[in-house]
Design a protein around this ligand. Structure first.
Ligand code: ZN
Length: 206
């Protein structure tokens, strides 16, 4: 067992370089489910174990050239660069922008696919984050809240984002694109697979 560490340490400390134990613990677990976000030195790590029939998790990025999707059933290591809006399908119903990189691993094994999100990794990051929704028709920004100096990505995604999602969902006018009038569907919070959410994200469409 690895002790759960607080994820809201600030300032972000110097690296702790031995991460082998938590990786081995989580990857040796063959039960579907998820680990909570944990902090290891400057990094924050989330691990999910998804059965083959679960909706797929893959990274979407909103780039100046348009929407990029990294959908594959193969092994994947993908870097989301700091400052790039991204979301993960069936895991987070909002877009996140961070001043830290995020590394996304997809590790298919027989009977389970392991997903790892590893965020942070630099000294003295301010820990600034944005939660954003964009128009599904014209990519115009619909609604955004920014948070300064809140620290780690795991805390932002799993805790701070929750009331932002509620605010976004509470008013259809808030979900309407100011450029073209398209209405964004209600969003959902960071929702990893656990025993009470047999469908990842509790959703099937996005
Ligand atoms: Zn629009």
């Amino acid at each position: 067992m690895v002790a759960e560490l607080p994820v809201n340490q600030f300032p972000i400390p110097e690296p702790v370089l031995r991460y082998e134990v938590p990786f081995a613990d989580a990857l040796g677990n063959a039960e579907p489910g998820s680990e909570p976000w944990r902090a290891y030195g400057q990094h924050q790590l989330w691990i999910g174990r998804y059965p083959p029939d679960a909706p797929p998790l893959y990274v979407q990025e909103l780039r100046p050239e348009g929407l990029l999707e990294y959908e594959t059933t193969e092994f994947l290591l993908h870097r989301v660069a700091a400052g790039t809006p991204y979301r993960v399908t069936h895991l987070m119903g909002f877009w996140h922008v961070s001043d830290a990189d995020l590394l996304w691993f997809q590790i298919p094994r027989a009977g389970l696919t392991y997903y790892l999100a590893l965020a942070g990794g630099r000294t003295n990051l301010p820990g600034n984050h944005g939660i954003v929704w964009y128009c599904g028709e014209c990519a115009h920004e619909i609604y955004r809240q920014d948070f300064e100096h809140v620290g780690h990505t795991g805390r932002l995604l799993s805790q701070i984002a929750v009331p932002v999602v509620d605010t976004f969902n509470a008013d259809a006018a808030r979900r309407r694109c100011p450029a073209c009038g398209w209405e964004h569907p209600p969003a959902y919070a960071f929702t990893p697979l656990d025993p009470t959410t047999p469908a990842a994200g509790g959703l099937s469409s996005w």
